[in-house]
Write a protein that binds this ligand. Sequence first.
Ligand code: ADP
Length: 494
Amino acid sequence: MPYVLSIDQSTQGTKAVLFGADGRLVAKTARPHRQIIQDNGYVEHDPAEIAANVTQVMREVVELSGIEPTEVAAVGISNQRETCMAWDRVTGEPLYHAVVWQCARAKELCAQLVAERPEAAQRVRELSGMNLSPYFSAGKMAWLVRNVPAVAAAAQAGTLALGTMDSWVLWCLTEGQAFATEPSNACRTQLYDIAAGTWSDELCALFGVPRAALPELHASDAVFGHTTAGGLFPAPVPVCGMLGDSQAALFGQGCVEAGQVKATYGTGSSVMMQTGARLVRSGAGLVTSVAGEIGGQRSYVLEGNINYTGAVVSWMKDDARLIGDPGDAELCARRANPADRAYFVPAFTGLGAPYWDDEATGLLTGVTRTTGHDEIVRACLESIAYQIGDVVDAMRADTGLTVDELRVDGGPTANGYLMQFQADVSDARVSVSSVAELSAAGAAQVAGLAAGLYHGHEVTDQIQRTLYQPAMEPARRARKLDGWRAALAQALHH
Ligand code: ADP
């Protein structure tokens, strides 16, 4: 029986997930890796540790499932986006740790770029679809070239490889045979022209990143190379699907038609709308990324990232001590007085999409004599749904498309009160996935299609869903949203 082995190389660890020919999830394993935090706050990962974990989890998932290694027909990869690293193409040795997406080391470099070239910000936005920011790989890669002598020397010698995590994992799996990436990862570097679908010479020159050091670009469902996974497979198996983790989750959720939206609730949230072949430039605070290039079609997304969603629940538990367990939030919210008008805005470190205010700070407002403990917990919980709802409204405004369903996943989706409230404030059905491994599922679906094992939506069709229908009376919904907007205005116009 053939199987697809999907690797999800994420920020916290590396998972291997095995899917059967019928699309069913058969087994999964995971290994964490070190979060290396330097004294100055720089965040790094050890590429060698991650490479070792990749082959280790592949071996473990095959052993755990009891299948024969010869039954693995295809390998897919999904990965943490924007994280990048430098290595030497001749020796294969990393020249520095991986610079993690969370790391702000390129902040000054980006600020200097804008100061020297005032038109830079606009050109970056036009070409890459995103605001110039140290969050993306370009600034991080430029930092490596400028600050690490071994990286500069390899660039001089023409042996430098600068890649995102997908290209590193691929390089290691193919033992240096393949140095390649694909559009859903490339577009998050900020060096990729999203309209042309190529590396941009102008952006490379602007950041001072040598284009010759970047990986080859292939479609997301290309045969990128072959792997024995360090001797696990007796015959090489094709690596034939790669996607950045958020886009992989979009495919894993089955969002393939324009207007379909997924929202991942984790610490923060990634909300994504598939826009198909249409490249939509946002006027409402979102960014444009490539969904992927599959079956010869390049498709696009609108994306909004929210800093604090599930983290609000963690904050209530660990910092404000309002609840003892994340599950308590639901009980409190259900007990709270429905007439209470308290609102909470979780601007712990400014506000991200779609508001964009680095200086905003959080607030609790609308407090009256009906406001007690449970009402405050409910206000905190509801702030998660309001923020996601605002990103969804920005997507509606940018595209003119109707959004009548949100496909959701992540820890906080266990909260039935929150899910119902999300459906109510967004006026859309909320569909909760039973499968947590959506990034792995999306990469497996693409790799399985490329290998000829799948022909439709085998993996995504296996997902069970719990549905929440919008049920709030329109007048109450309007009143609640007015209150949220008033609270938000106070946080934004500080
Ligand atoms: P990540 O992948 O970012 O670690 P997870 O999908 O594991 O995120 O979700 C973790 C978040 O979910 C935590 O912030 C936690 O507080 C929150 N969470 C877990 N269970 C619940 C619940 N029942 N209600 C609300 N939030 C919850």
